[in-house]
Design a protein. Structure first.
Length: 146
């Protein structure tokens, strides 16, 4: 009877699910031998631990990224304020009497120089002899017959 009970126990017992492993399973929940069941528990524990560490690191990274974004925004605001102040100062400077007088004097000089150039061109044209076209009237046409 002992041998028949052993055979019945072997038939009801399961072997490990892992390929190549012929050990008999220990627990009723999982069809794994003791070695593979312990390995699976270790893997699950390591995964949970990594997830917990990853979430802590992600929180630190998110805080750092938020600080970097805020710093960038502050720099942009400061830069836009500087640009606004510079634009106002530039406008004030351009509207000052000294600058207006200097610009008018420069415009006057440019206008005078342009007038001189135009007059010089007119004088040069008048002094040059007129160009004669040597080809006028000397055009010959050749007709081909087929």
């Amino acid at each position: 009877m002992d041998s028949s009970m052993l055979e019945a126990a072997r038939k009801t017992s399961k072997t490990c699910q892992i390929e190549g492993c012929h050990e008999i399973t220990v627990g009723s929940r999982t069809a794994l031998c003791r070695k593979h069941r312990n390995n699976r528990y270790k893997q699950n524990y390591k995964k949970k631990k990594r997830r917990a560490q990853g979430s802590d690191e992600m929180q630190n990274e998110s805080i750092e990224s938020q600080l970097a974004e805020e710093k960038c925004l502050m720099e942009q605001k400061y830069a836009s304020m500087l640009q606004q102040v510079l634009a106002e100062k530039q406008l004030e400077l351009l509207q000052s009497e000294k600058v207006i007088q200097a610009l008018r004097a420069h415009q006057k000089k440019v206008k005078e120089n342009k007038i001189k150039e135009i007059q010089e061109r007119k004088v040069k044209k008048e002094q040059e002899p007129p160009k004669e076209d040597t080809d006028q009237g000397n055009t010959h046409y050749v007709y081909f017959q087929e």
